[in-house]
Write a protein that binds this ligand. Structure first.
Ligand code: BGC
Length: 692
């Protein structure tokens, strides 16, 4: 039979028939070969059967240089900025665009999105992740994953499963937590994204959970994802994770747990170990086929066996991708402070501007800068470049703040560590202050002293000083926030950041980003930082003593005033809320609640607000957070315009994870429905009863 007539090559047949056929044709050696990577970001080929390598690329901010043959690609803002948009439509467009870039560069999978929960504000990878809240995380991840997969047939890989919440000792630390905490906070977004968006890949994390590496944990991998959540894709290791494990892991443990692929090289899944385990009966044909079937299925899904001409073509570095990068940056910027409406600036009323601060002309798109998510773009608009374009022929730059109409300080963090990835994985290396990146956790919550001094000195010389932050995680602002009239949080805003910042500063764009995580006043206020036991851990165990009280759940429960609460963000206009109405049908199992509220732009500028819905369980058999986000809508309104927003809540939205039944449960009883513009700014509320 000629190769072309083989069943698995026939794209008219259904995918399972093709997978079965191909699986049956593989020899045991070929199977072993497919279980591990080669060349860092791809699998082996099997020439005999025409199986081409399955190629992957990092990562959450676009297509990285190190996994795209040194190409420059569109650099989008960090995940935290994406989440700060609270904009599902933009998340979908982002997914489509990165899918297109991956396709254009000849890759089949994108190692993104990163959906770990932001537990500690010091976590070095906060800039890649979305939020401290599982609901916001999944609401951004779902359209993003669908965008990547549905449009370009590129596999999305949700990572890092699970509880990779710190970089310190990331290869060996164990996250110790209750079953409820694990499910309700750390697994929840993985579950929802798997159920609602069907991602084709999961990457396991480096760390252990409750003493066990995930890649050996049959209960958390196979039983939960394959069986309970109907995950149909395959599970890949994080890079070198198997080799970093202490104590070492065994081939059979990983295969039986459900691991289909070891990356980037065959260290544990090497032919010798696999042969040995196979001949000793520690892994069976059935075990092998179960994990390989999944890998092959995804190979078919991305079109590895299809005629190239029939596949999407993708595109990269196009003006529409660059425009999208700018829009996400604009939409995700959070205006934290704006006394006396000092912002927006009026270009026609400014003669002289002083532009200061370490991030004013800093480029972030460099080789491995920040870690595996690094993307080097074809160009990068720094804030200074954006301001120069804006001010050309209209106003001058001066060096002394006292000579300026306004001073803008570009402060924040960076990924600096002599250009290489700092690896304090054993907790031994010193982390530079002001550094947030993969491989390390931040040294402190405050800005470096030089920046604080710069801000305070400058504002003394010129009270009209605006602080613009470029950073990937929360910052404490003691000792300077009260002195400055305005602060704009711009995260790591991507290659078009300078344009986006200027558009917001000068009012071409009305800021509408909302914080996807709490900014604490001080580190010790944060739930993860009660003691060294809770972060970074003792004896390689980090105890999640705060349980389900992560982020705003903790600040609310303990009545601690945050610096800026979850969901917070100012606008150049104002909004009012009225007419909250609930309509309820069914009992605890079947409940559907329709919530309606009117929101009005009461100011004089067009702007978008994010209407947030939280639930509060008033009567419960277990301790529950004072509020939990369960809905949001971003709505654009012209001055004086009013719109009615509708939310639909179903039984799952009221559920908690019940350890006595090892499952989610909605309990009858009284609930409050809270609607507001941040977790601490609730405008309206209504009671409701869930009947048995
Ligand atoms: C990171 C992953 C990344 C992988 C490949 C690891 O160090 O944790 O997020 O996808 O490297 O670069």
């Amino acid at each position: 039979m000629s190769q072309e007539n083989l069943l698995f090559k026939n794209s008219d047949l259904d995918i399972e028939t093709r997978v079965d056929d191909l699986l049956n044709r593989l020899t045991i050696d070929e199977k072993f070969k497919l279980l591990a990577g080669t060349r860092f970001f791809q699998t082996h080929s099997v020439k005999r059967l025409g199986i081409k390598p399955f190629k992957m690329t990092d990562g959450p901010l676009g297509i990285s240089r190190h996994s795209s043959f040194f190409r420059r690609n569109t650099r989008f803002p960090g995940g935290i900025c994406m989440a700060a948009t609270w904009n599902r439509d933009l998340a979908s467009q982002f997914g489509v665009a990165v899918g297109e870039e991956a396709r254009a560069i000849g890759r089949h999978a994108l190692l993104a999105p990163g959906i770990n929960i932001d537990r500690s504000p010091l976590n070095g990878r906060t800039f890649e992740y979305f939020s401290e809240d599982p609901f916001l995380t999944k609401e951004i991840a779902i359209p993003y994953v669908k965008g990547i997969q549905n449009d370009q047939r590129i596999a999305a890989c949700i990572k890092h499963y699970v509880a990779n919440n710190q970089e310190t000792n990331r290869f060996t630390v164990s996250a110790e937590m209750s079953e409820r905490t694990l499910h309700e906070i750390y697994l929840r977004a993985f579950m929802d994204v798997i159920k609602e968006a069907d991602p084709w890949m999961i990457m396991t994390s480096y760390n252990k959970v409750n003493g066990q590496y995930l890649f050996t944990d049959q209960e958390l991998l196979k039983d939960l994802t394959w069986t309970k959540w109907n995950f149909s894709g395959f599970i890949v290791s994080d890079w070198w994770a198997f080799t970093r494990a202490d104590p070492p892991v065994l081939v059979e443990e990983c295969i039986r747990a459900g691991m289909s692929l070891e990356m980037p090289k065959p260290a544990i899944f090497n032919p010798d170990s696999l042969h040995k385990a196979y001949s000793e009966g520690k892994i069976t044909d059935r075990d092998l086929d179960a994990v390989l079937r999944r890998l092959l299925r995804v190979m078919f899904l991305v079109g590895l066996f299809d005629n190239k001409k029939t596949l999407p073509k993708g595109k990269r570095n196009t003006s529409d991708h660059q425009e999208l990068a700018r829009k996400i940056a604009e939409d995700g910027m959070v205006l934290l402070k704006n006394d006396n409406n000092i912002l927006p600036l009026d270009i026609n009323k400014i003669n002289k501007l002083a532009i200061l601060g370490p991030n004013r002309d800093k480029k972030f798109g460099k080789w491995l800068y920040g870690g595996s998510s690094a993307v080097k773009p074809p160009y990068e608009i720094t804030p200074l470049k954006g301001l120069k374009e804006k001010c050309k022929g209209k106003c001058k730059f001066v060096t002394e703040p006292k000579d300026a109409d306004f001073t803008i300080i570009f402060a924040g963090l960076n990924h600096d560590s002599e250009g290489k990835l700092v690896r304090s994985d054993e907790g031994t290396e010193e982390v530079p202050i002001g550094h947030d990146a993969e491989g390390t956790d931040r040294a402190q919550l405050e800005l470096p002293d030089e920046q604080v001094n710069l801000i305070n000195q400058t504002v003394q010389e010129n009270p009209k000083t605006i602080v613009v932050l470029l950073n990937g995680s929360p910052i404490a602002m003691n000792g300077w926030l009260e002195n400055v009239p305005a602060v704009l949080e711009t995260w790591y805003p991507g290659m078009e950041g300078g344009h986006a910042i200027v558009n917001v500063l000068f009012g071409d764009i009305n800021p509408s980003g909302k914080l996807p995580l709490t900014f604490p006043k001080r580190l010790s206020d944060s739930p993860a930082h009660k003691s060294t036991r809770t972060f970074p851990g003792e004896d390689l165990k980090v105890f999640y003593d705060e349980n389900i009280f992560v982020g705003y759940r903790y600040f609310d429960n303990e009545n601690i005033e945050p610096l800026f609460p979850f969901g917070f963000g100012l606008s150049y206009t104002e909004f009012s809320y009225e007419n909250l109405k609930l309509e309820k049908k069914g009992t605890s199992e079947t409940i559907t609640v329709t919530v309606q509220v009117d929101v009005k732009n009461t100011g004089s500028r067009t702007g978008a607000d994010v209407v947030q819905l939280y639930i509060q369980d008033v009567e419960s058999s277990v301790e529950r957070p004072p509020k939990e986000l369960r809905g949001f809508k971003k709505v654009m309104l012209s001055p004086q315009e009013k719109k009615t927003i509708t939310f639909t809540l179903v039984n799952n939205d009221f559920a908690f994870y019940d350890e006595t039944i090892h499952d989610w449960r909605t309990e009858p009883g009284e609930f409050n429905i809270l609607v507001g513009s941040s977790s601490r700014d609730i405008h309206l509320q209504e009671k409701m009863l869930i009947q048995d």
